[in-house]
Structures are given as structure tokens and as C-alpha cells.
Design a protein around this ligand. Sequence first.
Ligand code: HEC
Ligand code: HEC
Length: 526
Amino acid sequence: MKRKLRSGMSASLLAVAACVALHSPHSLAARDAQTILKETCQGCHTPEANESLSRISHQRKTPEGWLMSIARMQTMHGLQISDDDRRTLVKYLADTQGLAPSETDGVRYALERRLNTVEHFDEQTSQMCGRCHSGARIALQRRPAQEWERLVNFHLGQWPSLEYQALARDRDWFDIARKDMVPLLAKRYPLDNPAWKKWQSAAPKAETLVGDWSFSGHLPGKGELAGVMSVTTDGKDTFKVSVKGQYADGSPFNGDGSAILYTGYEWRGNVTIDGVTMRQVFAAQGNAMQGRMFEAEHDERGLDFVAAKQGSQRLLAVQPGYLKAGSETEVTLIGSGLTGKPDFGKGVEVVEVVSQSPEQIKVKLKAAANAQPGARAVMVGSLKGPSLSVYSKIDAVKVVPEFSVARIGEGGGSTPKVQGRFDAEAWGKGADGKPYRIGVFPAQWKVEAFDDRAKEDEDVKFAGTMQADTGVFTPGDAGPNPARKMSTNNAGNLKVIAAVDDAGKSLTGEGHMIVTVQRWNNPPIP
Ligand code: HEC
Ligand code: HEC
């Protein structure tokens, strides 16, 4: 079953506020974690052998996961804890009972707040668990069978109406959860995993992250960017960060902030770019950082981010990553330790090296009229990775994301609107007849009614406004609208249409966007 990420249903407003804390270093005067565990948790969690505490010592999870558990202790069980102590505990628990990098592979989208991700879990998990929250919330935890079972018991105990809320009583939820889900989860996400033991002994030191990083990014609705992020230490596992970059259109991307490292690689930064606070959620290992950087107040406005430490050798990106056969264009290669002349394969000639540094090479390229269409590996010396797409004509246009959720907001309320942000991806057909991605193209954007219902209710008129040249959709105000049938709100069901021009020929692609109500509950892990 496919489903969208949706927020859970508990009163975790506190977790939202606490999320801010995760990205900023804690104070130096903090009490040590062992003392806090003893004095604030041990009252309810029984001491066991080997300095363990019941429940707490038998789980591993991400910093966000630990934050959510402790926030729940506060909202539901009356735990009293200071923000400083909670930060200390989250850091300690994420460091000593975290997840190895390989254990978060494939589910980092939830930490990176890519809320339009369509998840693919097995049918049983999607229906039993995924009707209330993301599958990633589960996949980002490790427990033995007994702890998975207690989690099931906690769900039904805490929310006795769970079976109704999870789309009515279409099955015996509790029985299936205990008999089928618990063994499945214990096998799929076990507490003991060699990957974690290995990571604990082999994790690189935090100091290795200090230095200058060359980065490349892409922000839907705005374009590609590149620059340098400078990292200096600011204490144990905490850093000062300064970013100097530029979008392809020349506009600046500069700012300063701080970051904290959990579990030896979970980088959580807080950087103010031109007055706007942005969060960084990266996996940082050795010479590589990768993840997403997004606005704190608008996590839908975010960029894919990849960085290489200066001094290391890596080719990160080619901007733009495409070229039309028979034409000339300027492209920039981003990376670190770049030396020598780049090679783009047969039929693509480097006309001129416009500028060259170890971090960026700007070249003028010419593609022969008969250059073979398709994605080709780009090489700089022995470095490769990103590809350059050569095309002679665009075969299809895709709207990305294909399916998305925007949300009405403001209108006198405090909940911000959630925008829709789209890219138009051009696709070509290779010599083998197989489709290949050419890249993101400028497009003209509009929305239309998704179906007859939407047409009748005039959703296009009420649900919001699409910016024609950027693909940024801003939803309407929250609250009842007297101009609509039965004074309903400004929700809507829309087609998102992108028109891309290819040498005078217009090609269109289509996506689907639901404009719905505010996200009332916005926990750190959806
Ligand atoms: C007032 C009692 C109380 C205090 C104090 C308390 N807890 Fe809990 N804790 C509970 C109860 C009850 C549960 C089981 C229900 C649940 O998971 O919410 C629980 C469960 C947990 C779990 C397991 C959650 C899961 O998903 O299986 C963790 C982890 C946890 N607590 C951590 C902590 C930490 C860390 C502290 C101290 C900062 C703490 N608790 C303090 C009552 C408490
Ligand atoms: C009726 C809705 C609902 C269903 C169904 C549901 N959950 Fe949850 N789940 C919640 C809520 C609400 C929370 C608490 C979020 C919080 O702590 O703020 C939660 C929390 C969790 C957590 C985090 C607990 C912690 O503190 O670490 C895990 C893991 C989890 N659920 C797994 C599952 C699994 C596995 C299933 C299916 C067997 C499932 N959930 C089914 C609503 C649901």
C-alpha cells in the first residue's frame, strides 16, 4: 500500500518546541546524563543489572526518536525535566544507544522532513501501523521482541480507541499486532546488530569534520547552488558553521550558525541564511556530508545538500547536468580536489576552461549534432560520479513531486501555510529506447481542477495561487470561506501542470496536489 507521511495524533506540541533544541548545542553547565537518569527517570524506570534501567536501556533510536520518547514522558506521564537536562539526555542516549549509519539508510527522508515521500512498506505494516504515522518512525528504531511487544501494549493502553482511529475495526488489530507484527519487527529491526557494534568502535572522531567543505545543492522553485561551508569546533561534538554560496542565478546564499553531532554522524545544524533560520539534517562521515537543509518555519522549503571536505578528492555535481546535441553551454563542476581537464565522453567537446579551482571548474561545452543521447559519466582525472545528459529532444515532462500535499494556514490563525514546490523534470529516450532523466527545466506552471467535484467547487479559484514561472504554489487562508459552498474552507484537489518549451514545441507534465487543512500536530518524526 502507498501512503503519504501524515502526522500522528498525540498531543506532542511539546515535541515541536523541543525540536528546535535538537539543533542547538546545550549549555556547558549541564548535569551529567547518568545523574539525570538516576534522579529523573529512575522513579518510574526500575534499575536492572549492569547499570541498566527498565525500558530505556533496551532500545536504540535516532536523536529525534529519543527526543519524542522523553517529550512523551513529559506530556503523558508527568515527567518534570529542564530543557538543558533533556538535551543532555538526548545527546547521551543517541550516542550510546543510537543507530549505525547503515541502519538509517533508506529512511532518512523522515529525519530530513521530506513530507511528500510516498513510502513503500509491506501491506501488513502499512495497514497496521502506517495509517497513523510514517513507517519510517518504526524503521528508525531497534528493539528486542519484548520491547516491540511492550510498544504494542502501550499503543492500545494509551489510546483505547486506536482501532477505530486506524480506519475502523476492519480486523483484530491487537491480536495481529502481537502475533504477527512483533516477531516481524524483532527480526527486521533487532536490538543487537553487528553494524552498530562496528560503528561504535570505528566511528571517525568529530574533529575530522573541522575544515572547509565544498557543497552543491538544489532548491525546487529556485535552482542549483554551490559554495563553501566552513566548520570550526565549539566544544565536544559542537561546531560553528559559516556558509558562503551562490545560486546559479547569482543570488547569494550566505549565513552563520552552529551544529551538533549525535551518534558520531548525525549532524544537526541551525544556520541563519539572509535572516531566515534553516535547519541542517545531514549524515556526516569522514569527508562526506549529505542530507537536506530547510527553513525552520517552512520545512517544505528545502534543498538537497551534498558536500565534500576540502583536501579530499570528490566530484559532487555538474550544474546544469544537461546539454542539447548541436548546442553550446557553460557548465560548472563542483567538488573538492578537482585537477585536470574534465572529460564528458564522445561527442561532447570542452571548448574552453573558463575558470578552474580545486572546488569548481567552469567549462564551455559543445555537443556534436550527432552526439549520442543519454546520460554519460563525467570524469575529472580519475574522479567520477555525477552524469551529464545529452539530448536531442525532450520526450516527456514529469512534475516532481508527482503527488504532494499543501496546506491552508494563517487567516488569523498561528499555523503557517505549507506551500507546494515543484520541479519540471525533462526526460529523454535513449538509443536503447529506455527513458533517461535529462534534468530540471524552466517551465510555465498552472493548476486545474483534479476532477468534476473540484471543478464544481471551484477549487482552482479558492485553494491558492500558483506562481507561473517558479512552480511555487501558495495555498489560501485557513478558516471558513463564506464565498464557498456551505462556507467551507479553502481546501482543494488540483492538477499541477508544467509546460516546458523545447525549441518552440511545448511539452506538458502533470502532477496531483491536495490542498488540505493545517498540520495540527507536527512531531519531529512524522
Ligand atoms: C512518571 C513516570 C515516568 C518517568 C519519570 C519517566 N518515565 Fe519513561 N515511561 C513511563 C511509562 C508509564 C512508560 C510506558 C508507556 C509509554 O511508552 O509511554 C514509559 C516508557 C518509556 C520508554 C519506552 C518507550 C517506548 O516507545 O517503548 C522510554 C524510552 C522512556 N520511558 C524513557 C524515559 C526517560 C529517558 C525518562 C527520564 C528522563 C523517563 N522515561 C521518565 C513513565 C515514566
Ligand atoms: C492509532 C494510531 C497508531 C497506530 C495504528 C500505530 N501507532 Fe505508533 N504511535 C502512535 C502515536 C500517537 C505515537 C506517539 C507519538 C509521540 O510519542 O508523540 C506512536 C509512537 C510510536 C513509536 C515511537 C515510540 C517511542 O517513544 O519511541 C513507534 C516505534 C511506533 N509508534 C510504532 C508503531 C507500530 C510498530 C505500529 C503497528 C504495530 C504502530 N505504531 C501503530 C499512533 C499509532
